[in-house]
Design a protein around this ligand. Structure first.
Ligand code: PGA
Length: 256
């Protein structure tokens, strides 16, 4: 089973729609056919930038995929401030990050919510990028694997194997996000391997082999290749290093 690696840039709360336009144009210019042959590349701009980025990508017939950083678990109605799966789908959004640690930390997203959001995304034909990963205390206590797997199981609860196959999982240890402190390739592989084993026991081997498992946390052009050399790591969810076109293109190139 060969899994096409995915390099996804999570812009977080950065870039006005005008800045987003410039960034995605520069990124599209910097990426090569060789990159796109070897890896899928996607950007996850803030909601208000998505329409602008979509227009740029459409006009350029770009192979860059478009994602959102979150998605509502509700279909429509009185949910002030929320953005539905159908709204995103109408803008050609094909990925949605779900349960990013910043959503869990600042917006109280628990397993019930991430699970509902995974289902909402799948229902609209959007690929969920389910983010899981432990805080520093859990790692220090040696509980990082069990903590992360509990988030995984909760987020995927009730899915069929066919649905689970469409999910991307991103392992992002909280202590490595935005800190410059990257997990060693061995640390990342330990948890990504455990994620794949768990997918096999929750679903089946076929599903476990099909799902892309990404690593996230201070990934840069200089360290992506070592991380992705590990068996169970199929790409990266990138924050800071996705905000500069040259750096993100170099990162995708090194992943390719
Ligand atoms: P970082 O963020 O690359 O800036 O550490 C990763 C993420 O939060 O997805």
């Amino acid at each position: 089973m060969t899994r096409t690696p995915l390099i996804a840039g999570n812009w977080k709360m950065n870039k006005t729609h005008l800045e987003a336009q410039a960034l995605v144009e520069d990124l599209n210019d910097a990426l090569t056919d060789h990159d796109f042959d070897a890896v899928d590349v996607a950007v996850l701009p803030p909601f208000v930038d998505i329409r602008t980025v979509q227009t740029v990508l459409d006009a350029a017939k770009s192979s860059i995929g478009l994602g959102a950083q979150d998605i509502s678990q509700h279909e429509s109605g009185a949910y002030t401030g929320e953005v539905s799966a159908a709204m995103l789908k109408a803008l050609n959004v094909t990925f949605a990050a779900i349960g990013h640690s910043e959503r869990r930390q600042y917006h109280g997203e628990d397993e019930a919510i991430t699970n509902a959001k995974v289902k909402a995304a799948l229902g609209a034909g959007i690929t969920p990028i389910l983010c899981v990963g432990e805080p520093l205390e859990e790692r220090r206590a040696g509980k990082h694997v069990e903590y992360t797997l509990a988030q995984l199981e909760g987020g995927l609860s009730g899915l069929s194997a066919a649905e689970a196959k469409q999910v991307v999982v991103a392992y992002e240890p909280v202590w490595a996000i935005g800190t410059g402190e990257v997990a060693t390739p061995e640390d990342a592989q330990e948890v990504c391997g455990a994620i794949r084993d768990t997918l096999a026991s929750l679903f089946d081997t076929d599903t476990a082999q099909a799902v892309r498992v990404l690593y996230g946390g201070s990934v840069k052009s200089s360290n992506v290749a070592d991380i992705m050399a590990k068996d169970d790591i199929d790409g990266a969810l990138v924050g800071g290093a996705s905000l500069k076109a040259d750096e993100f293109a170099a990162l995708a190139g090194n992943a390719a």
